[in-house]
Design a protein around this ligand. Structure first.
Ligand code: UDP
Length: 241
């Protein structure tokens, strides 16, 4: 089927979602677009989508293997993967191990400073409001998620963090921080919270263990150059190229 004939459900900054071939499935198409600072900065990085599709498919599968449910079904081709349709919870979950980005400004921390323990933060997904930091109270009071769902999200996020720290440490990479999204999925009439979206260097901060070289979207945010090469290095070290 050509791209144009399919029903487009949604186009985001880095991905396009099409209606999938079976009921309640979606095709995620990974674009080469790179955006930062709420769309203020934009570039096309040739081949980024292919790398992110590979990296994300690989990590989602690994996470599924440790018993955490994800929306991932299978990689279809260079740029596309088949996933379960979910109702996205409008929260960006950020897990931090080492200070970088917005937490440095907020608490006057030095980039690269180890945090006392992994910290889980929630941001409300809203471009209009610039994704504000929110607390459990806001999430449950405004009914973006209930307290059971939030507990699942918190526990899964820490397990994913522990697991990914291990995966990346074995290839000489430090997981500084990353963003997750979760969705509601109906399975045999039961409602389940599952991991959704993607796991790629667009949503992670990854530094080389020895040199602290940035292997993630900060290369674009901070104009460091060689963004594609950095993503490629992550993919190569993970053994997915
Ligand atoms: N992040 C993301 N999408 C966002 C905001 C953040 O994927 O809309 C990721 C980002 O790549 C980083 C982590 O979440 O790995 C923490 O980001 P931070 O809050 O420091 O914000 P930033 O400095 O990226 O604006």
């Amino acid at each position: 089927m050509t791209e144009d004939k399919r029903k487009k459900i949604y186009e985001g900054k880095a991905k396009i979602l099409y209606k999938g071939p079976q009921p309640n499935t979606i095709i995620q198409y990974f674009k080469d677009d790179a955006t930062a600072f709420n769309n203020k900065k934009f570039a096309v990085i040739n081949g980024k989508g292919v790398l992110n599709n590979r990296i994300s498919s690989f990590l989602m599968e690994k996470i599924e293997h440790i018993g955490i449910p994800t929306h991932f079904i299978k990689r279809l081709n260079m740029r596309e993967q088949l996933v379960h349709a979910v109702e996205i919870i409008p929260i960006e979950v950020v897990i931090r191990n080492i200070a970088a980005g917005s937490i440095c400004k907020r608490f006057n921390l030095k980039e690269g400073e180890a945090l006392p323990r992994a910290i889980v933060e929630y941001y409300y997904k809203s471009d209009e409001l610039n994704d504000p930091l929110v607390s459990n109270e806001h999430i449950t009071a405004f009914e973006w998620a209930n307290s059971n769902e939030l507990e699942d999200i918190f526990n899964m996020s820490l397990r994913i963090n522990d697991f990914l720290i291990g995966v990346f440490s074995s290839i000489g990479i430090k997981v500084i921080d990353f963003k997750l999204e979760f969705g509601r999925f109906y399975k045999d009439e039961n409602l389940e919270i599952i991991l959704a979206d993607e796991l790629s260097p667009d949503n992670f901060r990854l530094w080389d263990n020895k040199t602290n070289k940035k292997l993630d979207k900060d290369r674009f945010r901070e104009d460091l150059g060689n963004m594609k090469e950095a993503y490629q290095e992550v993919a190569e070290r993970l053994g997915v190229l």
